[in-house]
Each structure stands twice: as structure tokens, then as C-alpha cells.
Design a protein around this ligand. Structure first.
Ligand code: SF4
Length: 373
């Protein structure tokens, strides 16, 4: 599993001498601003700064993807977010499924409407008895007058909404942002992939046992691999049914070569989630099983997915910290070499050994504290 940051393109180096335009420091996009008609500030600069400030406060971003609709991305997203929050992490759910935004339903927030303040668009919060802090949800559903209004947007609007979803919502500091992706590898995914370059972002692939779903999921995997987007693993949803009478398990969908297909693409199969009335009911009533029935077989089936996401984020954190330390080591080593130039050789060697021992100890401390967190 790759744990590197998502760095597909080589961006242009900023000019350090360039004059920076003034910013209003408001937390919302110009599109939502009452001062917009008279404002003479550099608006593209404001939008860029806004996005940078949001992303600087977000830890690991997880795109829950499948190329196909109806495989349970939203169920997986909601339960992943709830499970991470139940383990004490600060979690947000960004609903990127423009044509079917339903995270409001999964978290019992149907009918809630968006409010805007100087920090941005307010996320809506799902509180749970077992949660140290609420799950924050951002969705287009909170902006619609009616929940059954169809979204008929051309690509330019979708592109703008993806910017607002990350930049205009006031996410606050988050350990994880789970993004419930729309089906397909179209505009929404491309826009987000461009926006999230250089961030700690990874994909979680959702599929079902059917051949048709598997074929589409493989396309999503290939997209990630082509763009250099790390994949945490795959979740097989609707994997089997437990008979309520005899307790036996049976499969509604014909079994496919899922395991072999994932293995051939070096994608880890993380979990098999059953097709279950409990999960369906929990989704409809807005009470994720991870919160309401954490000991149910359905919730336990999600546990490896949550473990894998935490482990991935931890590995990314260690890699980033080690790289940072290495770069500090290089700078310190170069500065020390200059400072020691006038010393006799044996003293220079002793000082260098002392510095190396110091850095080795720091590296060790960093790794063991990351392992404990
Ligand atoms: S229009 Fe944009 S740049 Fe101007 S004050 Fe409003 S949010 Fe800030």
C-alpha cells in the first residue's frame, strides 16, 4: 500500500518576491458574499487562500469511491465517519454526490438548512451519546429548498460546488474528512483530485459482488493508479445475507472473482459487509450502526475498514514527519559543516557524530510516539 502524499503533478514554484494581494479573511466564497457587488479585492486570490486555509486544518482525506451507483458508497462513508468519530477522531463528511446528496439522511439531518457566517458555511452536526465530538456534515442537501428537487447542473456549476464543498464549508480542524463521491470518473472526481494535490488523500473503493459492479470498480482503481492516488483498500458491500430464521448465510448475487481481481491490482480487500435490513433501516432513520449498534455483526464488519484508514493516516503522518526531519537534518548538517570548518579534524568528527546521534534519537522518539498515538 502506498502511503506517500498525492503528488501527481509538478506545480510551479511561487515567486517569493511577488506582492501578495490583500485578502478580506472572510471564511466564505465571494459567491456568498453580500459585499460582492462593490468589492474591489482580488477575488480569485481570496478563493485560493480560502481553500489553502481549510486544507491546512484537515488531516487525512478519504475519497469513498466506486465507478457505479447503488453499491453503497454513502452507507460506507457514513459508517466509516461514525466509526472514526466513535474512536475519538475529529471527523467531517463532505457529500460530493451532487445528484443524490443523502448524507443528511444518513445522519438524521434531513430538513436542516445551511447558515452562513464570517467563518463560512456552517456544517451541520450529528451528535451521538458515544461521541466525544460530533460528526460534521457538509452537503448540497442543506442548500436545497426541497429535498426532492432534482439537480440539473452543467459541469461549470459542479466544478464550483466542489470548490465550495472543501473551501466554503467551515470544517474547523479535522483528523479525517470522508468524501462521499458520486459514481463515475467525471468532472467531480477530476476537480477534487486537482484540488487535493499535495494533500494526504487516499481512496477507499466500494463494490458489490456482481460482475458488473466489479468491472466498474476496477475502472475506479485504475483511475487512482493512473493519477498516483493511494488506495487504502476495497470494501465488498452487500456481500451476503443472514437468514433471520435459521441463521444460515446465502448470497443474492453470483460470486465473482473479486478477490483475484483485487489481488492482481495489488488492492487489499478490507471487509465484506452483509446485505442487512439493520443497515438499511439505520440508513433510513439516520442512525449509523457504528453509533447505535456498535456490537452488531454489521458494525463489527466495518471495524477492519476503520482500522485500515487509521493505520494509513498514521503511516502518512510518520512518512511526512520523517521527511521533515530528514530535511532539517540536511540543513543542520550543512550549517554545522560551515560552522566547524575552522576546527581540527578530530573535533569536527566528534561534533558530527554527536549531531547524528541526536538526530537518530529524535527519529526513534518520533517513530515510537507515532506508533503509540
Ligand atoms: S467579495 Fe470576496 S474578496 Fe470581497 S469581501 Fe466578499 S468574500 Fe472577500
Amino acid at each position: 500500500m502506498s502511503v506517500s502524499r498525492f503528488t501527481p503533478g509538478s506545480g510551479q514554484e511561487p515567486d517569493p518576491l511577488a506582492l501578495r494581494p490583500a485578502d478580506c479573511n472572510l471564511g466564505h466564497a465571494c459567491q456568498f458574499c453580500p459585499r460582492e457587488p462593490e468589492c474591489g479585492l482580488d477575488k480569485p486570490h481570496h478563493e485560493k487562500r480560502l481553500l489553502e486555509k481549510r486544507l491546512a486544518q484537515i488531516g487525512q482525506i478519504i475519497l469513498v469511491m466506486a465507478n457505479k451507483g447503488g453499491v453503497g458508497k454513502s452507507t460506507v462513508s457514513a459508517n466509516l465517519a461514525a466509526g472514526l468519530a466513535a474512536r475519538g477522531f475529529r471527523v467531517g463528511v463532505a457529500d460530493a454526490d451532487i445528484h443524490g446528496p443523502n448524507q443528511s439522511r444518513f445522519f438524521n439531518l434531513v430538513g436542516q438548512r445551511i447558515r452562513i457566517n464570517e467563518q463560512g458555511l456552517e456544517t451541520r452536526a450529528c451528535f451521538g451519546d458515544c461521541l466525544p465530538q460530533p460528526v460534521r456534515v457538509g452537503s448540497l442537501a442543506f442548500m436545497m429548498e426541497r429535498d426532492d428537487t432534482p439537480i440539473v447542473w452543467r459541469d461549470a456549476y459542479k466544478h464550483d460546488f466542489m470548490h465550495h464543498l472543501i473551501g466554503s464549508f467551515d470544517w474547523g480542524p479535522l483528523d479525517f474528512l470522508v468524501i462521499d463521491m458520486p459514481p463515475g470518473t467525471g468532472n467531480e472526481l477530476i476537480t477534487l483530485a486537482d484540488l487535493l494535490e499535495q494533500q494526504a488523500v487516499a481512496a477507499l473503493i466500494t463494490t458489490t459482488p456482481q460482475e458488473v459492479a466489479l468491472m466498474d470498480s476496477l475502472k475506479a482503481i485504475r483511475y487512482c493508479q493512473d493519477r498516483g492516488l493511494p488506495i487504502i483498500g476495497a470494501v465488498e458491500n452487500m456481500a451476503g445475507v443472514t437468514c433471520p430464521h435459521c441463521g444460515g448465510e446465502f448470497h443474492l448475487f453470483p460470486r465473482t472473482h473479486l478477490a483475484e481481481a483485487l489481488a492482481s491490482l495489488e488492492v487489499t480487500s478490507l471487509a465484506s459487509i452483509p446485505l442487512s435490513p439493520l443497515l438499511a433501516m439505520a440508513s433510513d432513520t439516520g442512525h449509523p450502526v457504528m453509533l447505535d449498534q456498535p456490537d452488531s455483526p454489521e458494525a463489527l464488519a466495518f471495524a477492519p475498514v476503520i482500522d485500515a484508514c487509521i493505520e494509513h493516516a498514521r503511516a502518512v503522518g510518520i512518512t511526512a514527519a520523517t521527511e521533515e526531519l530528514q530535511s532539517m537534518t540536511n540543513v543542520a548538517g550543512a550549517e554545522l559543516a560551515v560552522a566547524l570548518e575552522g576546527l581540527p579534524e578530530h573535533e569536527r568528527k566528534a561534533a558530527q557524530q554527536e549531531l547524528e546521534a541526536l538526530l537518530a534519537g529524535e527519529r526513534q522518539r518520533l517513530q515510537s510516539s507515532s506508533g503509540r498515538s
